[in-house]
Design a binder for this molecule. Structure first.
Ligand code: GLU
Length: 309
C-alpha cells in the first residue's frame, strides 16, 4: 500500500460538485470546508465539475455553481475541469485494471442482485452487497452490462483510515460492499473510478467533502492501491439535513441561494449559516471580512478535531 502523502507535501485540495442543481446550503458547506482547509494550509484549491451522470446533469447548473462560488468569494486556482472532457483518463484506468485481471464483465440486473441477496437471507433495504454471480464468467446467454472490480477477500479486504473530522473508520470491502462497478451498464463511468482517477491525475493531497461519502472512502483507497496512486488525507464534514432528516439535495427541496441577492443577504442567508454549521465563530458584515475571519476560525476548529461521537 503506498504511504500517505507526507504532511510536508504541498497541499492540493478540490471541490468536486455534481451539476445536478444549483449550489445549496449542503454543497456550500462542503465547498467552504475544502476552501478553508486549502487556505489554512497555504494550498491550492481546484474546482472539478463531476458531470458523468448524464441523467442527473441539469443544463446550466455547472455555470451556475461557478457563478455562486465566485459571488461567495471562493476563487479556485487554475482552470475549472469537467469530467466529461477527461474520458480518455478513465478508459486508460479501466484498461489497466483489465490488463491486471482485476475487473470482469457483469450481466446482472439490479433486480437479480437484490433477489439473490434476499434468497441468501440478506437485507431487504439499502445497497445490496454484490453476491459475486459473474465473478467467474458470464452465465450462458447473459450479455455483459457493467464492469466490476474484484475486491480482496479475507484480512486484505478490511480498509481502515483516520478521517480528520470523524476519527477512525473501518470497512470490510468483501462483506460490506462486494465487487463494485467501475463502468456502469448504461455506459456511464462510475463515480468511484472517475473520482480516484482525477484525484490521482490532479495530485490531490487532501479530500474534504460531505460525510455522505465517508463510506465510499474505503473503495477509493482500494482503487488507489490497485491503480498505484497515493492515498490522500480525508476530512468529511457533517451533512446538512432538512427537517425530516434527509440530506439536502435538489430532490429534497434544497433552497438554492439566489446569486442575484445583495452581499448582505448572501452573508446572512448563506455564508454565516454555513460557517455556523461548521462550528466557526465568524461575525463579519461583508464578504471579504468573512473570509478574513473564517480562515483562522477554521484553524481553531481543526485543533478540536477529530469530533467524538
Ligand atoms: N461529486 C460528488 C458530489 O457532488 C462529490 C465527490 C467528492 O467530493 O468526492 O456529491
Amino acid at each position: 500500500m503506498p504511504s500517505p502523502n507526507s504532511p510536508t507535501a504541498p497541499y492540493i485540495g478540490r471541490f468536486a460538485p455534481s451539476p445536478s442543481g444549483p449550489l445549496h446550503m449542503g454543497s456550500l458547506v462542503a465547498a467552504m470546508a475544502s476552501y478553508l482547509d486549502a487556505k489554512v494550509h497555504q494550498g491550492t484549491w481546484l474546482l472539478r465539475i463531476e458531470d458523468l451522470d448524464y441523467d442527473r446533469n441539469v443544463e446550466g447548473a455547472d455555470l451556475g455553481i461557478l457563478a455562486s462560488l465566485r459571488r461567495c468569494g471562493m476563487h479556485w486556482d487554475g482552470e475549472a475541469t469537467w469530467q466529461s472532457r477527461r474520458l480518455p483518463l478513465y478508459e486508460a484506468a479501466l484498461k489497466q485494471l483489465q490488463d491486471d485481471g482485476l475487473v470482469y464483465a457483469c450481466g446482472c440486473s439490479r433486480k437479480e442482485i437484490q433477489d439473490s441477496v434476499l434468497q441468501a437471507g440478506g437485507p431487504k433495504i439499502g445497497a445490496a452487497v454484490y453476491p459475486g454471480t459473474c465473478r467467474h464468467g458470464l452465465a450462458p446467454g447473459k450479455a455483459a452490462r457493467a464492469w466490476r472490480l474484484r475486491v480482496p477477500q479475507g484480512p486484505q479486504a478490511v480498509y481502515s483510515f483516520t478521517d480528520r473530522w470523524a476519527g477512525p473508520q473501518q470497512q470490510d470491502l468483501a462483506s460490506e460492499v462486494g465487487d463494485f462497478i467501475v463502468l456502469r451498464g448504461d455506459g456511464f463511468w462510475a463515480y468511484q473510478l472517475a473520482v480516484v482517477v482525477d484525484d490521482g491525475a490532479q495530485g490531490i493531497t487532501q479530500v474534504v467533502r460531505g460525510a455522505d461519502l465517508l463510506d465510499s472512502t474505503p473503495r477509493q483507497l482500494y482503487l488507489q492501491d490497485v491503480l498505484r496512486l497515493p492515498h490522500p488525507g480525508f476530512l468529511h464534514v457533517p451533512v446538512v439535513v432538512n427537517e425530516s432528516g434527509e440530506k439536502l439535495s435538489k430532490q429534497t427541496g434544497a433552497l438554492a441561494f439566489d446569486t442575484g441577492t445583495d452581499a448582505a443577504a448572501l452573508l446572512a442567508s448563506a455564508l454565516l449559516p454555513a460557517a455556523r454549521f461548521l462550528g466557526l465563530d465568524v461575525r463579519a458584515d461583508n464578504v471579504e471580512d468573512f473570509w478574513r475571519q473564517a480562515v483562522p476560525a477554521w484553524a481553531q476548529r481543526l485543533a478540536r478535531l477529530p469530533e467524538r461521537a
